[in-house]
Design a protein around this ligand. Structure first.
Ligand code: WT7
Length: 664
């Protein structure tokens, strides 16, 4: 089935809230803001010239580019292609050379209370040492390196050490299982894995190295070495000629290393994300265009004043937000940032606000799910801390409901701070649609306007631009510097997934609406991709995980609305009765739900565990055998089940409903 075949159930356009409140920037904020309305004019007068200016102003090039965009081989774009540069040099060395070596780059806060402060000079030394070790371990320009680390400074150092030698990194979120890690290592053919013994999570050390050992034991990987950071000090199994301690090798390495200037189009990283099929896609980004848009958006959307701001993005480096807005954007811009290892409620529910107070955070970038969780915990918790340093708040990952937006602004931002709702994707590399804090009169719940230099539209089924007041599908009609350059090793899937639905335009997979002013409201995915706490999960991937269990004959997964996590995974399974009975006889018990939830955690990772699993006798299917998830979503969201006339067997839904009613 093509990934973007007929959309089975679109977002509920009619449910869109009518939001009339607007929040224009204060005159003081606007006067001191980095961005002004001129940016829109400059960009629309000469879009490519605008991007060329950004690339020259925000980055240092080893070889200046003369060509801005080559889209002759569309959809494969080439930006600034005859230029050369190095990402780590731009993120660190040039700031040190400019006399900013003593500026704090990272205030790191471990979950257990450990802290570390790294200046730009410290980062330069550590990255250079690590780059030397990568070379000693046989990694050269173009080789891929997998990174599986907790949120510790070494995560950023490892990414930039790879970038320094031009070895594309593939960061795998620490919450993914050995199975998921293995498939990513194999797909990218990574030669080296960088990991840690473990990290602190919810007050206890949580191991990582065993998952790497398990992944590599499956075989079929070209991995030669594993570089291991000691973070928790927990026991680890050791493979002598393969495993190398970071503290033994990196600490002993030379602190000088010459960064390798690479072509602007040299791959910088691969990052796997869920699509509509079972196999995750290796989205790959290149160097010059990605860094240009990362720095440009970080500076303008967050109104960054690097001399005075303390910036904090709460995302993990395992997601694209961590790549662009922890590692690359802030460091290329010479910012001072906070990095936090753990969860927001360890050891208490005020931990984030305590961190804001402690470091005087001025810019905070987080996800709606976190905001809604804090709302649930109550405003009296943040009220116990001094949050007056905050001056810009950002949101990313899923639509933010106006109520959460208002709470964020009022309770966290003291009714004073602009809130920027930023829409983008792993594929877009950097922010695409967002208000500018000193320019745009913000509307709670809307990402509003494409940034200067970006061109977006909302199309109807026939590919026609919809008028204001109507909804459809979000597309990007012009190439942008940080766009994905493809799916690693699968050119055809790249074209098919993003460029075939509306020829000539990039199809984002999101539903959107233009309001009466032409502002854009994002309405959620229109494909089989779910968004749980801002994490992207594929229904098919979880279904495959479920049916790989011997007890499961068939499975269907849907994303059901959830007040905190946005969507939640709900699975419907048909069991193989004999298998369950056999397990029962053998004394293994048959807590089906617990067993299957754990199985999904093992196959993909704990983030993919279904919130609920419903055992059913049949699944609703069309005559052509396609599962009608729309009907299952109705069940999962406790709604009256919709139109069943296209079902092959219309009694199936009654059967499911009766089954649920009689379930224990
Ligand atoms: C999907 C991309 C962008 C980094 C984090 C997620 C949804 C993202 C917003 C927003 C409404 C949003 C979309 C998008 N999304 N930001 N501000 N408003 N929806 O990256 O894992 O690649 O997921 O997240 O559905 O397609 P990702």
């Amino acid at each position: 089935m093509p990934e973007n075949g007929p959309v089975e159930s679109g977002p509920a356009l009619e449910n869109l809230l009518v939001e009339e409140r607007t929040f224009p920037p204060s005159p003081e904020f606007a006067a001191a803001a980095v961005a002004s309305a001129d940016l829109y004019e400059q960009a629309s007068a000469d879009r490519l010239g605008f991007w060329a200016d950004q690339a020259r102003e925000l980055l240092d090039w080893d070889t200046a580019f003369t060509e801005v965009l080559d889209f002759s081989d569309a959809p494969r774009a080439r930006w600034f292609a005859d230029g050369t540069l190095n990402a780590a040099f731009n993120a660190v060395d040039r700031h040190v050379a400019a006399g900013l070596g003593e500026r704090v780059a990272i205030h790191w806060e471990g979950e257990n209370g450990d802290t570390r402060t790294l200046t730009y000079a410290d980062l330069q030394r550590e990255i250079s040492r690590a780059a030397n070790v990568l070379g000693d371990l046989g990694v050269s320009t173009g080789d891929r390196v997998a990174i599986y680390l907790p949120m510790i400074p070494e995560a950023v150092i490892a990414m930039l050490a790879c970038a320094r030698i031009g070895a594309p990194h593939s960061v795998v979120f620490g919450g993914f299982s050995a199975e998921a890690l293995h498939s990513r290592i194999v797909d990218a053919e990574a030669k080296l894995v960088i990991t840690a013994d473990g990290g602190y999570r919810r007050g206890a050390p949580s191991a990582l190295k065993p998952a790497v050992d398990e992944a590599l034991a499956k075989g079929g990987t070209p991995v030669e070495h594993v570089l291991v950071v000691r973070r928790t000090g927990q026991e680890v199994a050791w493979t002598d000629d393969r495993d190398v301690w970071w503290h033994e090798s990196v600490d002993a390495a030379s602190e000088t290393h010459a960064p390798v200037a690479v072509d602007a189009e040299h791959p910088l990283f691969i990052l796997y994300t869920s699509g509509t099929t079972g196999k995750p896609k290796g989205i790959f980004h290149t160097t010059g265009g990605y860094l240009t848009q990362s720095a440009y958006t970080h500076r303008n959307v967050f109104d960054l004043h690097p001399e005075t701001d303390v910036y904090w993005c709460t995302a993990d480096i395992g997601w694209v937000t961590g790549h662009t807005y922890v590692t690359y954007g802030p460091l290329v811009n010479g910012a001072t940032q906070v990095m936090y290892e753990g969860t927001p409620d360890t050891p208490h529910r005020g931990r984030w606000w305590e961190i804001v107070q402690k470091y005087g955070v001025t810019i905070l970038y987080t996800a709606p799910t976190a905001i809604r969780t804090c709302m649930k915990w109550g405003g009296d918790i943040p009220a116990q801390f001094d949050l007056s340093s905050l001056r810009v708040l950002g949101s990313v990952g899923e639509p933010i409901n106006p109520e959460a937006w208002m709470w964020y602004r009022r309770v966290i931002g003291g009714d004073r701070t602009p809130v920027v709702d930023t829409w983008w994707q792993t594929e877009t590399g950097a922010i695409m649609i967002s208000p500018l804090p000193g320019v745009t009169a913000a509307k709670p719940g809307s990402a509003q306007v494409p940034l200067p230099g970006i061109v977006a539209d909302v199309l109807d089924d026939a590919g026609k631009s919809v008028p204001n007041g109507s909804g459809g599908y979000l597309v990007l009609t012009e190439p942008w510097p940080s766009m994905l350059r493809g799916i690693w090793g699968d050119e055809e899937r790249f074209r098919e997934t993003y460029w075939s639905r509306f020829p000539g335009s990039y199809f984002a997979g999101d539903g959107a609406k233009k309001d009466a002013d032409g502002d854009i409201w994002l309405l959620g995915r229109v494909d089989d991709v779910m968004n749980v706490s801002g994490h992207r999960l594929s229904t098919t991937e979880i279904e495959s995980a479920l049916v790989s269990h011997p007890w499961v004959a068939e499975a269907a997964v849907v994303g059901a609305q959830d007040a905190t996590t946005g969507q939640a995974v709900v699975a419907f399974v048909i069991l193989r009765a004999e298998a369950v009975e056999k397990a029962d006889e053998e004394g293994e018990g048959h807590d089906v739900v617990a067993e299957l939830r754990n199985h999904v955690a093992k196959e993909i990772g704990p983030i993919a565990k279904p919130r609920s699993i419903l055992v059913v006798a049949e699944l609703p299917k069309t005559r052509s055998g396609k599962i009608m998830r729309r009907l299952l979503r109705d069940v999962a969201e406790h709604r009256q089940v919709g139109d069943v006339t296209t079902l092959a067997d219309t009694s199936v839904m009654d059967l499911i409903a009766t089954g649920l009613a009689t379930a224990p």
